[in-house]
Design a protein around this ligand. Structure first.
Ligand SMILES: Cc1cc2nc3c(=O)[nH]c(=O)nc-3n(C[C@H](O)[C@H](O)[C@H](O)COP(=O)(O)OP(=O)(O)OC[C@H]3O[C@@H](n4cnc5c(N)ncnc54)[C@H](O)[C@@H]3O)c2cc1C
Length: 534
């Protein structure tokens, strides 16, 4: 099953196609070049678009005195709430320090302490100082800058911007041998075309745009997970979506990426208030406003439901020197007509990170031959039911290198693509109602009833098909597929664990010490199986 497109008007060829130019795609491309493999790197918008440049906190790696990969492993397993793949965590934490050293050798500059050593800080869930950061809170921008500079210097990597990968091309036996692309403004390669290759690496990032409020940029429509599903690949853990408790709620914004109001504002004494002006976190957790993210997000969501309001309030009027301490947040509040020094800020939870994705092995191989996945798109199992802060940039660095090594060690022939059987497309107008329905019924807090209701809305939306291929329609159809996968996983998992909260099953259950794996067969039928987690 594939998306409806126009007839391909051109063809290009490379050894390997990498889809996406975040930390995962760039790292994979650069490591492939170490083996002299030619790379076509396609990216949906401008090359620096994606979540990577937005990452603020940093990269976790056991580099500090007294720290060890084993201690990093323990913290990762605790956050993952019993669902981590131990082998994947081992790879992440043991190969992490070397991957970070390689990034430094590639030109990334991290903040230093007064003694000239790399400054390591701590974040929620880490029992050691092991977070490298750059420019204070601009780590992702520095990682992106350094990797992009290295890619620009390499003539063996051809980059096509504004190139949206629609679907993979597959041989008669199902092996992946290229992608269908839609390109804007690239001369002779304008419109829909085919790129052929011996292997394809999906590194398309997260799927935050499935929800109406997200910290993710507009490109994060989960295209890679959706195209992998259509290719027959397995996806796992998609019900585990991390929500950030506080983004700025904007009346004028119908959906999409929202400015983050960092935990640090609550750290400086800002208080969460409901619609009646009452504090509600005090009786819910000993740390009150500074409770773990998922707990704060859940309580905010409950307050919003009870008062039928799209947001709660964050009163930061007592925070001294707000404009100096939080210049970026101050500016985005002012831009939206709120002065945090004299007014409470309207805030709501927003989808932030997808712990699941395309199921891969330790070499990034999906269940479809020739198809690899890396970064937030992939599910290595390293995050389990909840990602430990700052482990995601690291995952892109570590697994990007492993994928490149695996491709280099297993040269494949160029296969002939076969025509795909069925094509479908939904109307782009379904996007906003889909996002709103997902945030209401399949977001921070779920129940059998809310998931069922959301599914009903989606089924209605799915009747609005389209015969006019365009970017908005491809993205909306991808969002629809992901929403269905998330609802199916969330409805099946009858427990609360990690970032998955069920109001009708509020406790974790030993019966659910297993991974939910889904796929779609060539007739469009969904299948589900379980993988026991030790
Ligand atoms: C606000 C924010 C703060 C964060 N802070 C941190 C942090 O401090 N530490 C940390 O470790 N993680 C953090 N994260 C998470 C982390 O940034 C991401 O998980 C990580 O950057 C993902 O990298 P990636 O390469 O997988 O995807 P991305 O960086 O999102 O890149 C995806 C790429 O794929 C392209 N693409 C998408 N669809 C298509 C398509 N169909 N065709 C072609 N190209 C496509 C995009 O344009 C983009 O180039 C944060 C995320 C956000 C949003």
């Amino acid at each position: 099953m594939k998306l409806l497109t126009g007839k391909p008007g051109w063809t290009v060829q490379a050894d390997v196609i990498v889809i996406g130019s975040g930390v995962a795609g760039l790292t994979t491309a650069l490591n492939l070049r170490a083996s002299k493999i030619s790379v076509l790197l396609v990216t949906k918008a401008k090359i620096d678009e994606g979540s990577t440049k937005w990452a603020q906190g940093g990269i976790a790696a056991a580099l500090g005195p007294g720290d060890t990969p084993n201690q990093h492993k323990k913290d990762t397993l605790t956050a993952g709430a019993g669902l981590c793949d131990i082998a994947a965590v081992d790879v992440l934490v043991t190969e992490g320090p070397e991957a970070v050293r390689r990034l430094i050798a590639q030109g990334a500059v991290f903040d230093k302490s007064e003694t000239g050593e790399i400054a390591l800080t701590r974040e929620g869930g880490h029992l050691r100082n092991r977070i490298l950061h750059a420019g204070g809170d601009a780590t992702g921008a520095e990682v992106s800058r350094a990797l992009l500079a290295a890619v620009n210097d390499d003539e063996g990597i051809e980059v096509i911007e504004n190139a949206l990968a629609i679907d993979v091309l597959q041989s008669a036996a199902g092996a992946v041998c290229g992608v269908t692309l839609h390109v804007i403004n690239a001369g002779s390669r304008d419109g829909v075309g085919r790129a052929l290759a011996k292997a394809v690496v999906i590194a398309t990032g997260g799927l935050g745009q499935v929800y109406s409020q997200t910290t993710n940029p507009p490109v994060s429509t989960g295209d890679g997970v959706a195209l992998a599903l259509r290719a027959g690949a397995e996806v796992a853990d998609v019900e585990f979506i991390q929500f950030h408790p506080t983004v700025l709620w904007r009346e004028s914004a119908s959906g999409g990426q929202q400015p983050l109001i960092s935990e640090a504002v609550r750290g400086e004494g800002a208080l969460l208030l409901n619609d009646k002006g009452e504090r509600f976190m005090k009786e819910k957790h000993p740390l009150a406003e500074l409770a773990p993210r998922d707990i704060v997000a859940k309580e905010i969501f409950i307050q919003m439901k009870e008062s039928n309001s799209p947001h709660v309030w964050l009163d930061a009027t007592t925070v001294p020197d707000f404009e100096k301490r939080f210049p970026t947040i101050y500016a985005s509040c002012l831009e939206n007509g709120i002065d945090p020094k004299s007014q409470a800020i309207p805030v709501a939870p927003a989808s932030h990170y997808a712990s699941g994705g395309v199921r891969v092995d330790l070499n990034g191989q999906t269940t479809v031959p020739g198809l690899y996945a890396c970064g937030e798109t992939a599910c290595t199992g390293a995050h389990g039911a909840n990602r430990l802060a700052s482990n995601s940039l690291l995952e892109g660095l570590v697994f990007g290198a492993r994928i490149a090594a695996h491709i280099a060690a297993h040269p494949a022939p160029q296969l002939e693509p076969e025509d795909a059987p069925a094509h479908f497309l939904l109307n782009p107008a379904i996007q906003l109602p889909l996002q709103l329905a997902m945030s209401q019924g399949a977001g921070v807090m779920r129940s059998a009833a809310s998931l069922n209701e959301t599914l009903g809305i989606l089924e209605q939306l799915a009747t609005r098909t389209s015969t006019e291929p365009c970017i908005e329609a491809w993205e909306a159809t991808n969002l629809y597929l992901l929403a269905i996968a998330i609802i199916r996983g969330a409805a099946e998992r009858k427990e609360s664990r990690g970032s998955h909260w069920r109001s009708d099953f509020p406790e974790p259950s030993l019966d659910w010490q297993r991974r939910i794996i889904q796929r779609i067969d060539s007739d469009g039928v969904w299948h589900m199986r379980y993988e026991e987690v030790r």
